[in-house]
Design a protein around this ligand. Structure first.
Ligand code: DCP
Ligand code: MG
Ligand code: MN
Length: 341
């Protein structure tokens, strides 16, 4: 950059290269591999233009390894001597670093800000200098895969893989993909399975099945990591992990949630979302003196004059049927595709 030794000092495109290099440095800081490569290639091309100053986007675009976006930037640099985008990037670089860190599994605002205050700016900084949990390491190691959206068709393939193995273990177990997939999304952040079996009234009854399923899925090379697994009924039995389509598919996040038949409807509502829709249903339940959570719709929770709280949660009004919960709440049935908020 401030290095006059190379041919860049005499290159008519020196200023353009300098500004592009600042953009490249910025993308390096936030680990945007794709853009880092694009900028590096464009800079290499410009370095080779030792006799002609490239001033228009049109000219730039005819050169090798310069795409439309960077071509436009080259024209902007020639017209204004800088880039608006660069000023913006330098004003809010920490927001970008924060976003980068917050996408790591088990990293919240406090942790991310602590790392920033310790001077860490890239995933590489974290790997080399920070004290990481094993989940954080996994999540950084497969950062690009795990933060990419999963195309709907791939969610369907992943689901079919799990459903097949589950059927072989116990044909009476039902597995539904909830989350954004059930709402009809084109792509999902993860695969959310809701698992139940007729005749169950406690999720602990499904734990032996879940343990067998997890071992089989590991044996088949489908599961690649366990991020957390709760076995106590009070926590709701669940498995959070990573998987891939064997052989060699991209790493994806998968959640398995075990629910007894008696709570299936409430769990379906909760894990289908979206979160805003859930919040509004809960609010509505509250207004009607009821309480909705992922285990059921409870009544008798109004305290005070004339009404006594029956149990910690109130008495169960409905848990098993999604449709019944809508009915009791007095709201029109909304198909999952209509639950975007
Ligand atoms: N959920 C919620 N409140 C939260 C987190 C989750 O109500 N704070 C519910 C609603 C979500 C569902 O759980 O739809 C699944 O959570 P995900 O984080 O997997 O979200 P989605 O599946 O909706 O979206 P994505 O495609 O990003 O996975
Ligand atoms: Mg999801
Ligand atoms: Mn999820």
């Amino acid at each position: 950059k401030d290095n006059p030794s190379s041919s860049s000092a005499s290159n008519p495109n020196a200023r353009t290269i300098e500004v592009l290099q600042s953009m490249c440095d910025y993308y390096t800081k936030i680990n945007d591999h794709w853009r880092i490569t694009a900028y590096r290639k464009a800079i290499t091309t410009l370095r080779q233009q030792t006799t002609k100053k490239i001033t228009t986007a049109e000219e730039a675009y005819t050169l090798p390894n310069i795409g439309h976006r960077i071509a436009d930037k080259i024209e902007e640099i020639c017209n204004t001597n800088t880039l608006r985008r660069l000023n913006y990037a330098n004003q809010e670089p920490m927001d970008k670093v924060l976003d980068l860190f917050l996408k790591i599994h088990d990293v919240g605002l406090a942790r991310a800000n602590k790392w920033i205050s310790q001077g860490y700016r890239t995933l590489d900084d974290l790997v080399k200098k920070a004290d990481l949990t094993s989940n954080q390491k996994i999540s950084i190691e497969h950062y690009t895969d795990l933060t990419s959206r999963i195309p709907r068709a791939e969610v369907a393939q992943l689901a079919a893989f799990v459903q097949r193995e589950a059927f072989l273990l116990d044909p009476d177990v039902e597995l539904v993909v909830g989350g954004s997939y059930r709402r009809g999304a084109d792509s999902s952040g993860d695969v959310d399975f809701i698992i139940t079996k007729r005749g169950t009234s406690s999720s602990s009854q499904l734990i032996p099945f879940m343990n067998s399923l997890i071992s089989v899925l590991y044996e088949k090379g489908f599961l690649t990591a366990t991020l957390s697994q709760s076995r106590r009924e009070s926590e709701g039995s669940k498995f959070l992990g990573c998987c891939r389509l064997p052989p060699g598919g991209r790493w994806r996040r998968i959640d398995l949630l075990l629910v007894p038949e008696t709570e299936y409807g409430a769990a379906l509502i909760y894990f289908t979302g979206n979160d805003i829709f859930n919040r509004s249903l809960r609010l509505l339940a509250g207004k009607k003196g009821m309480r909705l959570n992922q285990r059921g719709l409870f009544g008798g929770v109004m305290r005070g004059k004339g009404r006594v709280k029956v149990t910690a949660e109130g008495e169960l009004v409905e848990g098993g049927s999604e449709r019944r919960i809508f009915e009791v709440l007095g709201v029109r049935w909304r198909a999952p595709e209509e639950r975007w908020c």
